[in-house]
Design a protein around this ligand. Structure first.
Ligand SMILES: NC(=O)c1ccc[n+]([C@@H]2O[C@H](COP(=O)([O-])OP(=O)(O)OC[C@H]3O[C@@H](n4cnc5c(N)ncnc54)[C@H](OP(=O)(O)O)[C@@H]3O)[C@@H](O)[C@H]2O)c1
Length: 335
């Protein structure tokens, strides 16, 4: 058993009308409940981490908390026979970084049932993927399970420069799909083409003020959508007969102003993607696929790096819409 210890962390505190992220030394009362203690190598910056440091963000109920929904690193102690010191692991989802202390700290402790041993990925690569990359993999896997193949037709990725979007483009192109990337960022074409997108289009619908049509010209066999809102309604109305959209996010809004027509006239499926409660056995299996046959080919292109002490400015770039790809937050040796 590790003795009592002090370690460095970025702690989110509620202040008068705000949330402050403060570098501080904490004690083992900041280790969450659990059986596996991890020396954190890397965390990463996700939209949900931004919400965790945003007043009224709706994901954290009790402060103070160490944010960081992604943890990658090395096991230093385990009371569970599945893990031993030295194991390289990733843990994300469940309560990590929202109801239990997360990855913005030198140490993290979580239940063994939340931990995945890495296969085919370094701890840095696993952090470059993180929750967003895993969600992209879940989305692609859902389309594959639904029977989509590269021969079925083009696949649309919305929010294409985002974390989910960039990894989805990279995985789909690697699997031989023709990828159409939808982005609101002028100048993102070079990155998206390098990741394997064949066509780059603007945000959808093309005319945001036009009255939504229940059905439009069918353009894609499938879609990976992390935007939601009017954009997703447009996507559903333009999917080909028998196609599917894997839906994970709400950066464009949580409403869905659609009709049943795409479902009942074109047999379109809406595939819900939730990485948070996704069961551990399937989670471990998909991480192994993500490190091997589904491994994105251009992680180094979509990855940025910042030390953990700069987490707040990276998250603010996400808030301002100035962020592309995935940012790994270096923890070990960076406090
Ligand atoms: N279901 C799950 O388990 C799960 C897991 C991870 C993430 N998510 C959700 O998925 C979404 C994306 O996460 P992420 O980590 O990829 O976030 P992100 O890195 O911030 O990317 C989101 C992308 O959405 C696009 N976007 C931003 N504002 C928009 C707007 N107003 N209208 C249309 N598009 C907009 C932007 O892409 P362009 O500039 O290229 O258009 C942006 O890069 C979030 O809502 C997140 O909460 C869900």
């Amino acid at each position: 058993m590790l003795g009592s210890m002090a370690f460095l962390a970025m702690v989110a505190h509620e202040t008068d009308g705000g949330v402050a992220l403060v570098r501080e030394e904490v004690g083992d009362d900041f280790l969450g409940p659990g059986t596996v203690t991890i020396r954190v190598h890397f965390s990463s910056a996700n939209y949900k981490d931004l919400l965790a440091i945003t007043p009224g963000g709706g994901v954290v109920r009790d402060y103070p908390i160490i944010p960081g929904i992604d943890i990658t690193g090395e096991v230093v102690e385990s009371q569970d026979a599945q893990f031993a010191p030295g194991d390289q692991v990733v843990a994300h989802g469940y309560g990590i970084g929202v109801s239990q202390n997360g990855g913005f700290a030198e140490l993290a402790r979580v239940p063994a049932e939340w931990v995945v041993k890495l296969d085919g990925l370094t701890t840095r690569e696993a952090a470059a993927l993180g929750t967003a990359g895993f969600t992209a993999a879940m989305s692609v896997q859902a389309l594959l399970d639904r029977g989509l193949t590269p021969g079925t037709g083009p696949v649309l990725v919305t929010g294409a420069t985002g974390g989910v979007g960039t990894v989805a483009v990279d995985i789909l192109a690697g699997q031989g799909f023709e990828v159409v990337a939808s982005t609101g960022k002028a100048g993102a074409g070079e990155l998206l083409s390098a990741l394997g997108a064949k066509t780059i289009i603007g945000r959808l619908p093309e005319d945001p003020d036009a009255k939504p049509r229940p059905l439009g010209k069918a353009r894609w066999a499938g879609a990976v959508d992390s935007v939601g809102g009017k954009s997703l309604a447009h996507v559903l109305s333009t999917i080909e007969y028998g196609g599917a959209a894997a839906v994970s996010g709400l950066t464009g809004g949580s409403g869905l102003p659609t009709t049943v027509l795409p479902f009942i006239l074109r047999g379109v499926s809406l595939l819900g993607i939730d990485s948070v409660q996704f069961p551990i056995a399937a989670r471990r299996e998909l991480w192994a696929r993500l490190g091997n046959e589904l491994k994105p080919r251009h992680l180094s292109l979509l990855e940025n790096y910042a030390p953990i002490t700069e987490a707040e400015s990276v998250l603010n770039a996400i808030r301002a819409g100035n962020h592309s790809g995935r940012t790994v937050l270096g923890v070990a040796g960076e406090f």
